[in-house]
Write a protein that binds this ligand. Sequence first.
Ligand code: NAD
Length: 307
Amino acid sequence: MAKVLISGGAGFIGSHIAEAYLASGFDVVVVDNLSTGKRENLPRGVTFYEGDITSLSDMEEIFFREKPDYVNHHAAQINLRRSTEEPLFDARVNILGSISLLELSVKYRVKKFIFASTGGAIYGEVKTLPAREDMPALPLSPYGVAKRSVELYLNYYHKVQGLDFVALRYGNVYGPRQDPRGEAGVVAIFISRIIKGEPCIIFGDGRKTRDYVYIEDIARANLLALSASGIYNLGTGKETSVLDLVEVLKKVSGEDFPVVFGEERKGEIDRIALSSEKAREALGWTPSFSLEEGIGHTWEWFKEAKQ
Ligand code: NAD
């Protein structure tokens, strides 16, 4: 049985990927420091190590013991605002932590390294949407700079050290288990506030757009990625504003919840949508959940989980 090591597998996206790999018959090993991830997110059947990707020696113990065929790297400092306030911390986790996993992947002859990059924060302000992979990546946050840096390291490890890789540039991923206490994840934050009867806060005028992609589509792409190489956007190609999102949430929840407008946040881009043409051609991937369907499933899950 092929074995995959998932970093960040106790987090939102990583835990869904762990489930998808398990369901496809993989041996799944997870490493996570539980900084934002939770033990209860871990699906039954995974081997779990509590550990920090920035510790090369701790990671080496895991590689030595488990000898994974594949590495799927999702552990990260994911808070964009924190990356601007603490760029050193962000780089330590997101760049140096990634390098320790890359070094070990070469040493232990990993067959492929899959990396969770970003489509939302890597391009900066784009003139022509949807953004394509061959457009310049000029990120406007240390978080985006770190993700782009790791892509460049991947290119080096591939060309010079022979490590095969896939970097997946996600849009705004949403779905069950996303942490509503975080800064990111507006869908989870809004749903959680609606359920608690609290108003949803929109920073700015609500016209900023993002490309929202449902978690199950992302988990499926991580399986398809096993037979591809290179950098791929994963999004719907559609721009959705925060105001659009509120409309969908009202329809799905059947609740006319209040909305409050707050001061616009600095350093956030105005618009983004991602072209996934390349992923369609190479991976056969297209998103299968519409925003309404995805939000419907997410709403049901949060209501059930009383989050
Ligand atoms: P998450 O916070 O739920 O998952 C990150 C996981 O990494 C958590 O379980 C956390 O405990 C773990 N972690 C953090 N620092 C660690 C460290 N030093 N050592 C070991 N584990 C550590 O967030 P998520 O939304 O599931 O994001 C997963 C990945 O996808 C991240 O790399 C993120 O940058 C990327 N991504 C997410 C989105 C999105 O919309 N959610 C978009 C683009 C890219």
